[in-house]
Design a protein around this ligand. Structure first.
Ligand code: DQA
Length: 175
């Protein structure tokens, strides 16, 4: 039987052992969480700020790194404007990541290639959208990524990335 770390820690503490805090790339596999961002997210903060908010993608990266440090998760943060580039990042994550957090942006609604790439990953995949896409135009209600993701966080703004990392931590801790 394999005990989750959170169950093991109190037992070890009672037995007088001190357990070091997990290091920064401390998913049980030692692999980082890949945080992948699709097209136009490089314009975050400048593009339709009333809709997407005033935080830049650099602010989002900072939030993810702070959250990763707090949770003991290593972070690999990427953005690309091309569909093939996003698929390539997913292929890399498939080999090197403990989990994927992805905001595919518009490719969520159009890309079967991205869905196929995500489907090929045996990893937790949390899809994030800053806005609630189901309250928006009908063409945003189709979501190819959501059909293969473990979970989706929709409409929480940049806080969605923090929530996604907390869920990744929860899932990896249970594994
Ligand atoms: C988005 C929602 C998508 O519909 C849109 O194309 C984006 C951003 C979001 O984070 O709310 O570019 O992914």
């Amino acid at each position: 039987m394999r005990l989750a770390r959170r169950h093991l820690l109190p037992i070890l503490a009672l037995a007088g052992f001190t357990v070091p805090h997990r290091s920064s790339a401390a998913a049980p596999s030692g692999k980082p969480v890949y945080i992948l961002n699709g097209p136009n997210l490089d314009l975050l903060g400048k593009r339709q700020p009333d809709l997407y908010g005033r935080d830049s993608l650099q602010d989002v990266e900072r939030l993810c790194r702070e959250t990763g440090n707090r949770l003991g998760l290593g972070i690999e943060f990427r953005q690309t404007n091309s569909e093939g580039g996003l698929v390539d990042h997913v292929h890399e994550a498939r080999e090197k990541a403990a989990a994927i957090v992805i905001n595919p942006a518009a490719y969520a609604h159009t890309s079967v290639a991205l869905q196929d790439a995500l489907h090929a990953c045996e990893l937790p995949i949390i899809e994030v959208h800053l806005t609630n896409t189901f309250k928006r135009e009908a063409y945003r209600h189709t979501d190819y990524a959501a059909q293969v993701a473990t979970a989706q966080i929709n409409g929480c703004g940049t806080n969605g990335y923090r929530l996604a990392l907390e869920q990744v931590h929860h899932l990896l801790d249970k594994a």
